[in-house]
Design a protein around this ligand. Structure first.
Ligand code: SF4
Length: 288
């Protein structure tokens, strides 16, 4: 039986957009909001769980990209009620959570694709932040998990401000120190420089958390030169607005058998190098 952090279904009951999950990086119970039922993303990461699941199913049910914000609101209200009245913890999986882990840590925009590409992104941010205000403790965070490609867009930036006003955090991806490694991991046509520019501009104005997933590629941990260049990229941003770096490896299946989780020792070694060079807070999340 997988551990709770390895068990990450992005569907729950009859819900379409909202699901409960135990998250390593949130440090406990999180509500995921999936604005990408059609799995829209401009990356195709070698470690993407969504792609791995598609490969296992051998078929993709093409879904509409329409996001029904009224349904998002209704599902979110129901799930928060289930956490507050304890009925969620009668569920086979969530009954395994200890009492102290039954506290909601955050509501996270993540799901089956890149949330900032959803046409309903701005509306969904307003809707979810309103519900958080009405139904949740002030300590509950709103988290946006993004690949960073759309952060230059004005309407996305307006939504980021709303997230930050609601005890929010922006968690944005940076998985490489060089364009070549970026291309190999993201398999995207987006330019690496665009991501760097977005992060540089963003950190001028607002605090962010940087998330970096490293893997064993063809049996090799990322080499020292790659990690040093990655660290220098971090230093090229406005580091006073980097809250922390989350360095992690895959916790579940990847779509590629040549891209595998790193050992705890390999991950620690990367984190040590990054800490030594950047002097920033670096948190590590092992595969299990
Ligand atoms: S950015 Fe996220 S959703 Fe998109 S391919 Fe990468 S891991 Fe998957």
């Amino acid at each position: 039986m997988p551990s709770l952090v390895q068990y990450h279904p992005r569907s729950f009951c009859e819900f379409r957009y909202v699901y409960p999950v135990v998250s390593r990086r949130s440090g406990g119970l999180s509500i995921g909001v999936n604005l990408s039922p059609n799995r829209q993303c401009n990356f195709s990461c070698v470690y993407c769980q969504v792609i791995a699941e598609e490969d296992q199913q051998k078929q993709i049910n093409k879904k509409s990209d329409f996001v029904d914000c009224i349904r998002v609101e209704s599902e979110l209200r129901q799930l928060i009620s289930m956490i507050n009245d304890g009925s969620l913890f009668q569920d086979h999986w969530f009954s395994r959570l200890s009492d102290e882990k039954r506290i909601l840590k955050d509501i996270a925009f993540s799901g089956d694709g890149e949330p900032t590409l959803a046409a309903a992104f701005s509306d969904a941010i307003k809707c979810v932040t309103n519900i958080r205000k009405q139904l949740c403790d002030d300590s509950v965070k709103i988290v946006l998990i993004t690949n960073g490609t759309m952060l230059h867009s004005k309407h996305i930036q307006n939504s980021l401000e709303i997230i930050l006003e609601n005890n929010g955090e922006i968690w944005t991806k940076l998985d490489a120190g060089t364009p070549e490694f970026f291309k190999k991991i993201s398999r995207s046509s987006i330019k690496y420089e665009q991501i760097l520019n977005n992060l540089k501009e963003l950190t001028k104005r607002i605090p962010i958390v940087i998330q970096s997933c490293f893997l064993s590629i063809d049996g090799q941990s990322p080499n020292e030169s790659e990690i040093k260049q990655y660290s220098q990229r971090l230093l090229s941003f406005h580091t006073n607005n980097i809250i922390r770096i989350q360095i992690y490896t895959a916790a579940r299946n990847t779509p590629e058998n040549w891209a595998l989780p790193l050992s705890n020792e390999q991950l620690d070694s990367i984190a040590d190098t990054v800490r030594n060079i950047t002097k920033l807070q670096v948190d590590t999340f092992y595969s299990s």
